[in-house]
Structure formats: structure tokens, C-alpha cells
Ligand binder design. Structure first.
Ligand code: SF4
Length: 344
């Protein structure tokens, strides 16, 4: 039986104990101080000092379950590199900007972005369960853009008024960070719009906080009239442990299309071997490798950048070693372009 709640007992309070869902407790317990992470992984405390300084503008956040998949004592662990702030983040590098894919120009209304024909992005929340240092929305002005549950009504009305929209993409932040009641209301509202036929959810939560995949969430996805697609985000095979495998197995029972998008990151997954292992592990979990994105040039992430030619060469190597359906498309996003550019 799934354990989805824990009792939080306050001995100073005579009220009955509060019941909190496991995922919410795990999120509350996530590590927010680089010094604690370095301590847990037996890393040099000097690393933590630098990290604290580097996380000045984009705070540090990582759940303990994700940390448990890192190798203690290894400062180059591929999972650690994705979340530990480095001093390079403070460098001002030409070409690396706050809005690398031009999302401000594509804003349609509160929390709504439309970049491509027939689809729109609804920014459900600015919050995430982990802060990935390479995130292209690390400087996104969520508060100003209305990316919050308070704006859902206006956003849904905008979608209702535009009959060209057939697919709504829930994004963020991470859309699965909002609780089930709110998510169900939002999905029901979207499903009440007859011209919307598909619901896509872009989320890193099944990988970094798999306890969030509750039976209630699966019920919501299973009962909507919308055709559901979930796009997860994993960059390295080591992210996909047995707990993640279980969450994906349960999700595959109700979601017909499960895809992964990864970002090509220097030092993390920029070898053919690493990408092959990722693709094979995803396929074993029933997840199709969909996109391998070149890094969006966001300020603070230049140290993750991998040249385009390297990406193309890596995809060619994957083609020689994997079945076609296991090879992700190498893509880059250009601001204002009507689609992503496929490079290989
Ligand atoms: S989970 Fe996604 S939106 Fe959140 S920080 Fe990571 S890449 Fe960015």
C-alpha cells in the first residue's frame, strides 16, 4: 500500500495531529543551505562558502531524495553539478542574458505564454522542487507575469477566447508543485473549453520528488477528458533510481504519452556514454527520449554550455549505437521563431 501521508505531531499542542502528505513533508525538509549538502556528501567546506556567495540571486534548493543519488566525496558528481551554485554564476558573459528565449515578448496575459501555433503555456507557479543552476527561467519575473493560482481564471478565459488553441501546456516553475485540489480545478476548467483537446505537463518533479506522484494525482490525470502527455526532465541516468522507476511505472498506467527532455550540460552528460545510458534507462521505464536541448544562454549558466558541433557529433554517435526511437532530437530555441530548430 502506498504511504502518502505522515503525521506531524506537535506535543505542545493538544489538537489532533495534523496529517501532511509525504511529498509536502519532503519538500519542507529539502536542503536549502549548500553547507548542509557539502556536509552530507563529505565535501570540502570551502565549496559551500563559494556556493553561498554564488546563490545570491537564485537560491539553493534540493530535495534529500535527489541528494541520496549523488556519490559522497565526489565534487564532480553529475547530479551535484546540476544543483550546486558555483562562482562562475556571477560572471557576466557576453551573449548570456536574463530572457534567452524571448518569453517576455510572447506573453499573452497573466501567466500565459504563446510561442507556437495551436499551443499555449500556462505558468502554474513560479515554485520548483529543485533549483537547477542552468534553468532558462532562473531570472523569470514570475510575480509580475501573474504565474500564480490567483491568475488562473483570467488565463483560462484567455484560452477560452482563442479557438486556435488545441493544446495547453502546464509549466512553471513546476506545475506539480501545486496541490491536487487546485490542480484538479485547473484541469477541469481547461477541459471545459471544447476547442482544447490535449493537456501536456512539463515537470521535473517525478524525478526529483517522486512521492508527489500520488494516487489522487493519477486519478485526476486518468479521469480528465483531455488526452494527457507528461514530459519529465532528467539529464543523467543516475537521476533515475528505483523510487523514480516506481513513480514512472504508476504514471504509465494512466498517461499514454511519457516523454523526457534533457539539456546538454558540460561536465554532466556531454559524452556519448552518458547519453546512451540515459536513453536506455528512460526506455526501460517506459519514457521516450524526446528532446536534447542545447543550453539556452541564460545569465549565470555559461559554464554549462556545450558547442553545437559537439551536440551534433554526440547525436550521430547515439544513432550508431541505439535504435532510432531511443535517440532524442537535438534542438535549440531561437527567440521569436515559430518552432524549435532541430539540429540533428
Ligand atoms: S525544475 Fe525546471 S523550471 Fe525548476 S529550476 Fe529546474 S529546470 Fe528550472
Amino acid at each position: 500500500m502506498e504511504i502518502s501521508t505522515v503525521r506531524v505531531i506537535d506535543r505542545t499542542n493538544p489538537q489532533p495531529p495534523m496529517v501532511r502528505e509525504v511529498w509536502k513533508q519532503e519538500l519542507a525538509d529539502a536542503v536549502r543551505d549548500p553547507a548542509e549538502l557539502c556536509d552530507l556528501l563529505h565535501l570540502d567546506p570551502a565549496l559551500a562558502q563559494k556556493s553561498k556567495k554564488a546563490s545570491r540571486d537564485f537560491p539553493f534548493l534540493v530535495p534529500r531524495g535527489f541528494i541520496s543519488r549523488m556519490q559522497p566525496g565526489d565534487p564532480n558528481d553529475p547530479l551535484l553539478l546540476q544543483v550546486l551554485p558555483r562562482l562562475e554564476e556571477l560572471d557576466d558573459v557576453p551573449g548570456f542574458v536574463s530572457d534567452p528565449v524571448g518569453e517576455q515578448a510572447a506573453r499573452q496575459g497573466p501567466g500565459l505564454i504563446q510561442k507556437y501555433h495551436g499551443r499555449c503555456l500556462l505558468l502554474v507557479t513560479g515554485g520548483c522542487a529543485v533549483h537547477c543552476r542552468y534553468c532558462f527561467r532562473r531570472e523569470f519575473p514570475y510575480a509580475e507575469s501573474g504565474a500564480s493560482p490567483a491568475s488562473f481564471v483570467d488565463a483560462v478565459n484567455e484560452i477560452r477566447a482563442d479557438e486556435s488553441i488545441h493544446e495547453v501546456i502546464l509549466s512553471g516553475g513546476d506545475p506539480l508543485l501545486v496541490d491536487d485540489t487546485l490542480l484538479e480545478t485547473l484541469i477541469d476548467d481547461i477541459a471545459s473549453i471544447s476547442h482544447v483537446r490535449r493537456l501536456r505537463i512539463h515537470t521535473r518533479i517525478p524525478v526529483v520528488l517522486p512521492s508527489r506522484i500520488t494516487e489522487q494525482l493519477l486519478h485526476i490525470l486518468n479521469t480528465t477528458r483531455l488526452a494527457a502527455c507528461v514530459v519529465i526532465h532528467a539529464n543523467h541516468a543516475a537521476e533515475l533510481d528505483s523510487v523514480v522507476a516506481d513513480s514512472m511505472r504508476r504514471m504509465s498506467r494512466v498517461v499514454p504519452i511519457l516523454l523526457n527532455q534533457a539539456v546538454l550540460l558540460r561536465g554532466v552528460n556531454d559524452t556519448a556514454e552518458s547519453l546512451i545510458q540515459l536513453s536506455e534507462k528512460l526506455l526501460n521505464l517506459g519514457v521516450t527520449p524526446y528532446y536534447l536541448h542545447l543550453l539556452d544562454p541564460v545569465r549565470g549558466a555559461s559554464h554549462f554550455d556545450v558547442p553545437e558541433e559537439t551536440g551534433i557529433r554526440l547525436i550521430e554517435e547515439l544513432r550508431n549505437r541505439l535504435p532510432g526511437y531511443a535517440v532524442p532530437r537535438l534542438a535549440r530555441e531561437h527567440p521569436g521563431s515559430p518552432s524549435k530548430t532541430w539540429l540533428a
